[in-house]
Design a protein around this ligand. Sequence first.
Ligand SMILES: Nc1ncnc2c1ncn2[C@@H]1O[C@H](COP(=O)(O)OP(=O)(O)O)[C@@H](O)[C@H]1O
Ligand SMILES: [Mg+2]
Length: 268
Amino acid sequence: MQKKQFKEVVVEVKHVSKHYKIFGREDTVKALNDIHLANDAELQPVRRGEFVMLRGPSGGGKTSLLNLLGTIDRATEGVIELFSSPITPESSDEYLAKLRLEKIGFVFQTFNLLATMSAYENVELPMIILGKLKPEQRKKRAIELLTLVGLQDRLDHLPSELSGGEQQRVTIARALANEPEILLLDEPTGDLDTKNTVEVMDLLLDLNLKLKTTCIMVTHNPDIECYADRILYLADGVFEKQAINIEQTRLDYDKYIEYLNAQTHGTH
Ligand SMILES: Nc1ncnc2c1ncn2[C@@H]1O[C@H](COP(=O)(O)OP(=O)(O)O)[C@@H](O)[C@H]1O
Ligand SMILES: [Mg+2]
């Protein structure tokens, strides 16, 4: 496989801190402290097509950072630049909502599908909200996306009629509906069994390579680090270190199961 080349910066993080105020308390929770991913630093910004994983202990600040990158929340200090435009306290909610709808896809641990809508309708919804495609175009794209994630036979199923892995694939198709430039994923395999974890990771790697979608994914699972280009370790609100994979690789399901079994049975 040809080695990936990263050029255009899509996410820069400049001395960002996030402190939460808690009702009825004087002190604040310092979730992120002077996080910096930038051209002038050892930890480089995220570039187009890159697959970055965020790892680290629970409470380390991973979700807080992802929420800031997704403009769902605002930094206490510092600036985040998405596609070379800074997100500032002056950025209006309207501007941020449009940015999210057009350029950012979200996938969470819990599948968050609308329960009364079919897989097809869930995927079509962001396109309806964006309002750029005609109904026939939307239909074609929703079917294409569900085919891409291997669910062409499940278009009319409700979320309750799908397995966990299938539901997560619908949320990935939905996240891709408006051709986002970045996918933000918060523990997308956290509720999945081993087989579905490998399947979802294989799918994400395919999308990352085929569509060149930049992926930033939180996970607590060290075994899937091989899917990333780069892993950033976040603890106590600061980056502790990073690791770089020269080449992204997949887990072989059968070998992975053997490995997991050997671990639980204590064989060497
Ligand atoms: N909305 C909030 N209000 C107050 N504290 C919060 C809030 N969200 C997260 N925190 C705190 O910020 C720290 C980082 O949390 P989080 O970003 O969720 O970490 P992670 O995703 O790595 O587990 C934790 O101490 C957590 O309790
Ligand atoms: Mg979290």
